[in-house]
Ligand binder design. Structure first.
Ligand code: BG6
Length: 487
């Protein structure tokens, strides 16, 4: 096992209360993530107490955890590592109540035999969050604890304000970690490095040089077993008001005074404060055909599985620069990109038909997929006689550096940060409430949902939304593969 450098793990052993322990997120990400953190030695001394509505016993929960690792774990599970992890697991059904939960935590702490800290991870829908918070309070599990709240945090401004108010009756703000796993992705943090560790790009990172920005996250995935959650949530609450706006803030914020939680949050929140309210006329909502026939979905459902919108940040840096956001389920491709289109030259001296401008403006593109790629496209001369121009590009892939190796998956990184009390990559109550505030008109008068074919790029009006520009995806030129000459 690789040695974990000192200071990377938490100071104290951890007792994790994982609420929603048999749900989709726990199975896909949280249990495999906790397994990796434990088995790689990041959290020596850890006990995990699963809690959910399912009436399981400990063995039943261990079996569920094992099947989650087999299905979704991206790393090898050796018998010894599994045995060690299984021994850390305990289970309490929610119906057993506060006293039973308290007893399980006491047992776990006694088995660790030293001062420890508690991490309550609430992987539950917004409607269930408060009941769980109250149970934790009743069980006396607030002391020495931190609480991780999954998104979406509330469903609109009023519910987010109410949730924050009630949450503060039980937990102090310093104990609350509102998670947005897109901020835990390596490529998202690399936006900060790229912008603020280099002198080259920051001078042109503004309205004088940038024409528009796209944040595009199409998914090929469908609902899986999440119809119950998704029907109440939809693409806007699931993805935009959360992940896409957080990424937008990293892209648009001013340089923070330090790479620390308060200055970073302050700059992100300034972006949100400058954001103009989202206008329903600037939004296209879609639903893939066949959605209403899926198990658990209302046959008359109005829930959007796709959304595209235009928004504006009305400050000195960005006034007049449209930001186009798009995401949806069952689309043609799974991608996560930020694409920055630069202004075109004011005048062209190239002869007609030379090709200048024919393939759109110069672009800087970040690929937020796990491989972390970047590309800068520009016009250059095609070799040979005359002056024919082609769109060329400089491309970078982290993979090619040989440094991509042991990346922590987004949830792993953020769980570890929460255990260490580092809130740099977490969102704040103020920021979230402001995002709900700019969403009010849209939530109150949403445009009608339009059907789109599964495997497509969304309903037709999505092209009018971005006109006179065009969506970068699908890419006209694929990423170059360094192993293929001429690609
Ligand atoms: C989750 C959403 O937060 O993010 C899902 O609830 C979505 O609907 C997922 O599929 C996408 O995350 P990732 O890390 O797979 O890009």
């Amino acid at each position: 096992m690789a040695k974990i450098p000192p200071g990377v793990g938490p100071r104290f052993p951890q007792v994790v209360v994982l609420v929603g322990a048999t749900g989709d997120l726990a199975r896909r990400k949280l249990l495999p993530g906790l397994f990796h953190l434990c088995s790689a030695g990041f959290i020596p001394g850890c006990r995990i107490i699963g809690v959910s509505l399912d009436e399981l016993d400990v063995e039943g929960f261990r079996a569920a955890a094992r099947s989650a690792l087999d299905e979704f774990g991206s790393r090898k599970t050796t018998p010894a590592a599994w045995e060690a992890f299984a021994a850390t697991l305990d289970y309490v059904p929610l119906s057993a109540g506060a006293a039973a939960l308290r007893a399980a935590v006491d047992r776990a702490e006694a088995s660790l035999g030293t001062e420890c800290q508690r991490l309550h991870y609430l992987s539950v829908p917004p409607s269930a969050a408060l009941t769980v918070v109250r149970t934790l309070g009743e069980a006396g599990l607030v002391e020495r604890s931190r609480i991780v709240m999954e998104k979406p945090f509330g469903t609109d401004l009023a519910s987010a304000v109410a949730l924050n108010g009630k949450l503060h009756e039980v937990f102090q703000e310093e104990q609350i970690f509102r998670i947005d796993h897109f901020l835990g992705k390596e490529p998202a943090q690399n936006i900060l490095a790229f912008r603020f560790a280099n002198g080259l790009f920051e001078p042109i990172w503004n309205r004088n040089f940038i024409d528009h920005v796209q944040i595009d996250v199409p998914e090929t995935l469908g609902l899986g077993k999440r119809a119950g959650f998704y029907e109440q949530t939809g693409a806007y609450r699931d993805m935009v008001v959360t992940h896409l706006f957080q990424i937008l803030a990293f892209m648009a914020m001013e340089p923070p005074t330090a790479l620390e939680p308060a200055p970073i949050s302050e700059e992100k929140n300034k972006v949100f404060r400058s954001m103009e309210p989202i206008q329903p006329g600037d939004v296209v909502r879609g639903q893939y055909s066949g959605y209403r026939g899926e198990e658990g979905v209302d046959p008359d459902s109005d829930t959007e599985t796709f959304i595209a919108l235009k928004c504006h940040i009305d400050n000195w840096r960005w006034a007049g620069v449209p930001f186009y956001l798009r995401t949806g389920k069952r689309m043609a491709e799974g991608q996560r990109i930020i694409s920055i289109a630069f202004r075109e030259p004011p005048k062209s001296m190239f002869p007609p038909g030379s090709g200048v401008g024919a393939q759109g403006p110069d672009h800087l593109t970040f690929d937020l997929a796990d491989a972390s790629k970047m590309s800068l496209s520009f016009y250059g001369k095609r070799p040979g006689p005359g002056m024919r121009l082609d769109k060329l590009s400089l491309q970078f892939a982290m993979r090619d550096t040989g440094m991509a190796g042991e990346v922590l998956e987004a949830y792993e990184r953020l769980i570890l940060d929460a255990m260490r009390g580092d809130r740099t990559l977490f969102t704040t109550a103020e920021g979230i409430e402001r995002l709900w505030e700019v969403s009010t008109q849209l939530l109150e008068s949403p445009p009608p949902v339009r059907l789109y074919e599964q495997g497509s790029w969304g309903p037709k009006p999505v092209h009018q939304l971005i006109a006179p520009h065009a969506w970068r995806l699908p890419f006209e030129r694929a990423w170059r593969d360094p192993n293929k000459v001429g690609s």
